[in-house]
Design a protein around this ligand. Structure first.
Ligand SMILES: [Zn+2]
Ligand SMILES: [Zn+2]
Length: 268
């Protein structure tokens, strides 16, 4: 059964909806779309949002996003599943836009071209001048090279990029807000980063967007992305929250949603 929030929490968060699901189409997840649908039914969820990776002009040694052919399969199979499971599960076909300051026009064009039912904004890849480094990766090469550029600078460029993304693209939600350099030992946001975060929360509120509570953070640091301090700020501003598992395997659908009622109650 899907969880619900205690009455004492004034924030509304629909725990019967998983708003962030990947499939094998992105090249680094496993499982067919239908396996995720079945997993969601098993968990008692009522709605899932597929949020497949879209990147433009990203130069990286492996493709972690969908091609145009993948997206046409995605919509074909997605429509079939929407019909077949109509009575049991609401399925939305969304996209996780990976922001790239060098590709704003192309991203806009892709947003306009497809009938997305939900658009999440993320920022994964940092441009070094010659290539991209993955800011959320656990791969040592990414971590070392980003650290060499200066963690504070990367983090501050990351938040500026998100601000630019929010202002230049029409998106519905911001995904895993504080996941930047999440595998970097001793990661710490300074006062100016916290000001950027406040600015982002204000923009989310102004533009009537949602903030994702990405539960993939729990096994790594015992709190979601974003963590408690930022979530509290979002709740104080009455920002709409969406629970997302960031599932990359069918078993991960709805993961750790059972921890959210207590977490929000402790903040609310
Ligand atoms: Zn992914
Ligand atoms: Zn992401």
């Amino acid at each position: 059964m899907a969880q619900s929030l205690p009455d004492s929490v004034s924030t509304t968060l629909d725990l019967s909806q998983d708003s962030h699901i990947h499939t094998r189409l992105c090249n680094h997840a496993t499982g067919e779309m239908e396996e995720y649908v079945l997993a969601a039914l098993n968990k008692g969820l009522q709605t899932i949002i597929f949020l497949e990776h879209l990147e433009e002009k990203t130069v990286y040694f492996e493709r972690t996003w969908l091609t145009e052919a993948d997206f046409s399969y995605y919509f074909g199979e997605g429509r079939r599943l929407q019909k077949e499971y109509r009575d049991r599960l609401t399925i939305k076909l969304g996209v996780e836009i990976g922001f790239n300051p060098q590709a704003v026009d192309m991203l806009r064009e892709k947003i306009a071209r497809y009938p997305w039912e939900h658009i999440g904004l993320s920022y994964h890849y940092y441009h070094t001048g010659t290539e991209h480094l993955n800011m959320v990766s656990r791969r040592q090469k990414n971590i070392d090279m980003l650290a060499a550029l200066g963690a504070d600078k990367v983090i501050s460029d990351y938040f500026s990029g998100l601000i630019q993304g929010i202002n230049s693209l029409n998106c519905n939600a911001v995904c895993h807000l504080d996941a930047v350099m999440r595998h970097y030992p001793g990661l710490k946001f300074n006062a100016s980063h916290m000001e950027q975060i406040d600015r982002i929360l204000e923009l989310i509120k102004q533009k009537k967007m949602s903030l994702e509570i990405n539960t993939s953070g729990f096994p790594l640091r015992n709190e979601p992305y974003p963590g408690r301090t930022i979530l509290k700020k979002a709740m104080d501003r009455n920002i709409n929250l969406l629970a997302g598992s960031d599932a990359h395997h069918p078993d991960q659908v709805g993961r750790y949603f059972d921890r959210l009622p207590a977490l929000l109650a402790s903040l609310g």
